[in-house]
Design a binder for this molecule. Structure first.
Ligand code: BGC
Length: 505
């Protein structure tokens, strides 16, 4: 597939706006990282889940696989993702009708209130209600920020700029891991309050930031502000020579304005490839099992017999690997392409999952009884790190934000991104909710279960995902038209692709 370049350069203005918007990712990441650590802190368990705390203390020598199997504890973690799922559908309309930045603002404000409620929580109700507000924030941010980034970025750097959002997610997770580690040392036992309340910091950045951000040219045109769109386009591309890109955006905008019902549209046959990706990519991303590690690393390590402190420390190490490996993706995605990273990452995760399952099987067998020596435990942490690195330069950034936000035509982009976010949230919820009971029943086989899914998704990518690197976002139709399987769904005539371009495929 030929790439296409519009005139212009990467301006400091576009870098700045994308950086501010990407801080929305901090919010998403902070949540992912914070709950696992907090739920492994004794004072937190004693206050909100006393029966679980007693069980944990009494059960030290019994089946390790089942110690933490508590539905109310998992509800605390996963309530956020259900709220985000629902919110992302509302976010879709706000993003489309009012523009991308209003969704970001709404997300930031809801998140601020949620953080305050959580930090001040007196009972489980306040705790879960606060988490629902955080979830609404995550739904709005997750829906709007990736779209914003993909629309602002010049095509040849879209991968890099878009992945800054995932980078912020990983920084959010890492900061949460560090904060959990730090506050767990507060002897008076209120450290968990600080962990939960500090979510207000990233929320403040995106809330204030979104007040100053310009909207994207694509969204401005879609809403009839053509002159403003031209002005922004000149500013972000750093040139007056924007006519070609502008007319492509206007053509896309025309289609979009005709589309009164993106939700009905997206089920049309010609959007079948897009719909399939919007559903399967986030589904597969969660079935890599990544959030088992992100949410439950401290709990998992405690299960394996690590002390509370070592467990939180190991989570910090994993968080750091996650951040560093994301840079690999940023540096390579627009040169090596999306497919290569997906395939390589898939193989790496698969190998690690098989090794980890086997290491746990050797020590705990099916009874769940046993202890592990220190060097053995260190090996396990090492393989978890290699697994996380594989995820962090493939399915993390590409499956989380990049590919789903760049493959949709404007007329269904907002709806498509909502589907992506809600499927992501639904399966984040399912994994969060079912991990502890699954560990209790599948035992070490849980790692093989996720390994099986990684095989399926890697084959799927090899066969069905076309390469999208360097292709302008409003010309993506050419990619589908050139694909061996999806081409039959794409009509031969398209208003904003010239016959010459169609013939080039
Ligand atoms: C995923 C999250 C995951 C994170 C890990 C994101 O792309 O959507 O579920 O926790 O990556 O870095």
């Amino acid at each position: 597939m030929e790439s296409k370049e519009y005139p212009g350069k990467l301006t400091p203005f576009v870098v700045l706006t994308c950086l501010v918007a990407a801080t929305g990712g901090l919010i998403v990441g902070y949540d992912i990282g914070i709950s696992g650590g907090v739920t492994s802190m004794d004072p937190f368990l004693m206050k909100f889940f006393p029966s679980l705390y007693r069980k944990e203390k009494q059960n030290q020598s019994s089946n390790q696989y089942c110690t933490f199997d508590s539905q109310i504890l998992t509800t605390f973690t996963s309530s956020l993702y259900l709220a985000a799922l629902v919110a992302s559908f509302f976010a879709s309309s706000v993003t489309r009708i009012f523009g991308r930045r209003w969704s970001m603002l709404a997300g930031g404000v809801s998140f601020l209130v949620g953080a305050a409620l959580n930090g001040a929580a007196q009972d489980v109700f306040m705790l879960i209600f606060g988490r629902i507000l955080l979830g609404i924030g995550v739904g709005f941010i997750g829906q709007s920020v990736p779209l914003y980034l993909s629309e602002m970025a010049p095509a040849k750097l879209r991968g890099m700029l878009n992945i800054t959002c995932q980078l912020m997610i990983t920084i959010g997770i890492f900061s949460a891991n560090l904060i959990n580690y730090g506050v767990s040392k507060i002897e008076a036992g209120w450290g968990w309050r600080l962990s939960l309340a500090l979510a207000a910091v990233p929320a403040t950045i995106i809330t204030i930031g979104s007040l100053f951000l310009p909207d994207t040219p694509n969204s401005l045109i879609e809403r009839g502000h053509d002159e403003k769109a031209k002005e922004i386009l000149r500013k972000i591309r750093g040139t007056d020579d924007i006519l070609e890109e502008y007319s492509d955006l206007v053509a896309a905008g025309k289609d979009s304005k005709k589309t009164r019902h993106p939700w009905i549209n997206i089920v049309k046959l010609k959007y079948r490839p897009h719909l399939t990706m919007a559903i399967l990519i986030p589904f597969f991303q969660q079935l890599t099992g990544i959030n088992v590690i992100m949410f439950y690393a401290p709990v998992l390590f405690k299960t394996l017999g690590f002390g509370s402190n070592t467990s939180l420390m190991s989570a910090v190490i994993i968080g750091l690997v996650n951040v560093c490996a994301t840079f690999v993706s940023i540096g390579t995605v627009d040169r090596l392409g999306r497919r290569l990273l997906f395939l390589q990452g898939g193989f790496q995760m698969l190998a690690c999952q098989i090794i980890l399952g086997t290491l746990i099987a050797i020590k705990f067998g099916t009874t769940g009884e046993g202890t592990i020596p220190k060097t053995y435990a260190a090996f396990m942490v090492l393989f978890i790190c290699i697994y996380v690195a594989g995820f962090a330069w493939s399915w993390g950034p590409l499956g989380g934000t990049l590919v789903p936000s760049e493959i949709f035509p404007l007329e269904i982009r907002s709806a498509g991104q909502s589907i992506n976010v809600s499927v992501n949230m639904l399966f984040t919820f399912v994994v969060a909710q079912s991990f502890l009971p699954m560990l209790c029943h599948f035992k070490f086989g849980l790692f093989y279960f996720f390994a099986g899914w990684v095989i399926v998704m890697t084959i799927f990518i090899a066969l069905f995902l076309p390469e999208t690197k360097n292709v302008p976002i409003e010309k993506m139709i050419l990619v589908w038209k050139a694909h061996w399987f999806w081409n039959k769904f794409i009509p031969d005539k398209n208003e904003h692709v010239s016959t010459k371009e169609m013939a080039m495929i």
